[in-house]
Design a binder for this molecule. Structure first.
Ligand code: ADP
Ligand code: CIR
Length: 357
């Protein structure tokens, strides 16, 4: 492979950080699983509109290709080579905000997890993926109380049910072109599936971008309820399934954006006025380290002024800090939305006064 020609408009962290010198240094290296630089960067090369553009094939990728991954990790999370990740799951440390009524429609917090001593999805074999499905679904089937539910393999699920679950925000989509070019969709739909409790407030995705995505979600803005359900579930699952974890990088994930806590805490929030003032909207999200996504998830658009707002950073901050950043930022967004509403109201009253006098 020769040094790739990046298009001039390429803004991914891959384009930004993969110099020809770095490429020459890493191009012949591979991990014990045989994962190469070429595989790690393929998604970013095929999708020049990538934000990041790289995926790891195993935990070792973060060491073997560290000169590239570390630059991307520092750029995204502000976490340097000498930093160490720390965890905090103590709900008592959370300064809970009660969001004003009428803005937050639903809350979802998820973590990504991968099984210790297994390759990640980009480098895994079909047999290993199936083995994970069997082991994890067996473990999930032992959960009790609120977490009790059933595992549904994608292989045995009709297209119609899949569509319905995707539309209701419970299931992942197939055919994501970023994952496709990372080798993460190989053998689809084998080994993939979803576990959920009866109320669909606790869900686990199997073998999508990460081997597990553990999810807690519900209508409304009760963040503490969503977070505590997730923490209980994460801890119970981990007693049966050992997860890939690094003393420096925390939980190991396929995409470097998900390292550390691997946690994305999000709300669906209605901001019809603020979304007409994108400069102000973006300034607030930058101040609070928030990410704006569309209402159907990553790489989708907003509908009817509804956005998915979540913490941007996941590594180098604790789980509590990740959730706190989301809550503080969302509170600031609601405040700004209310002020814009008020201004609109005052302006329309002034117009009416002018017309009637
Ligand atoms: P992930 O969060 O796993 O990185 P996505 O951004 O693709 O992945 O989101 C997955 C699904 O979760 C999408 O259907 C998205 O609309 C849904 N979702 C995310 N946040 C919320 C939320 N707060 N309430 C309801 N659904 C949500
Ligand atoms: C990109 O580079 O834009 C995609 N590979 C997505 C990156 C961030 N999202 C993620 O980890 N799910």
């Amino acid at each position: 492979m020769t040094y790739p020609e990046f298009p001039p408009n390429c803004t991914s962290l891959l384009c930004k950080h993969l110099s020809s010198e770095l490429f020459e240094m890493l191009k012949n290296k591979s991990t014990a699983n045989g994962f190469t630089l070429e595989q790690a960067i393929n998604s970013g090369l095929e999708n020049s509109d990538s934000e990041i553009g790289v995926y790891a094939g195993d935990a070792e990728s973060y060491d073997i290709f560290a000169e590239l991954f570390d630059k991307i990790i520092e750029d995204y999370h502000g976490f340097s080579h000498n930093d160490r990740h720390h965890s905090n799951l103590n709900f008592n440390d959370l300064k809970v905000k009660d969001f004003d009524e009428g803005y937050v429609l639903s809350t979802r917090i998820r973590v990504g997890r991968n099984v210790k001593n297994m390759p990640l999805g980009s480098a895994i074999s079909k047999a290993q993926r199936n083995e994970i499905e069997t082991k994890v679904s067996t473990a999930l089937n032992t959960l009790e109380g609120e977490l009790e539910g059933e595992y549904h393999s994608l292989l045995g699920m009709s297209k119609e049910i899949q569509e319905r679950l995707i539309e209701a925000h419970f299931l992942f989509k197939d055919g994501d072109r970023f994952l496709e070019h990372a080798g993460l969709n190989r053998d689809w739909p084998h080994g993939r599936g979803i576990y959920h409790n009866h109320d669909k407030t606790f869900l686990v995705w199997l073998n999508e971008e990460d081997q597990l995505r553990i999810i807690s979600m519900q209508q409304g803005g009760e963040v503490l309820e969503v977070f505590s359900r997730l923490v209980i579930a994460m801890k119970q699952i981990e007693t049966q399934i050992p997860f890939a974890y690094s003393e420096r990088l925390g939980y190991i994930s396929s995409c470097p954006t998900n390292l550390g806590t691997a946690m994305r805490a999000s709300v669906h929030i209605k901001l019809p006025n603020l979304s007409q003032n994108m400069e102000q909207f973006k300034a607030i999200t930058q101040k609070y380290f928030l990410q704006i996504r569309g209402v159907d998830g990553e790489h989708t658009q907003s509908k009817e002024g509804i956005f998915d707002i979540s913490n941007y950073r996941r590594l180098g901050i604790t789980e509590i800090e990740a959730v706190q950043e989301m809550m503080d930022g969302v509170t600031a967004l609601i405040e700004a939305e209310k002020n814009l509403e008020l201004m609109k109201h005052v302006e329309s009253n002034l117009d009416n006064d002018y017309l009637t006098h």
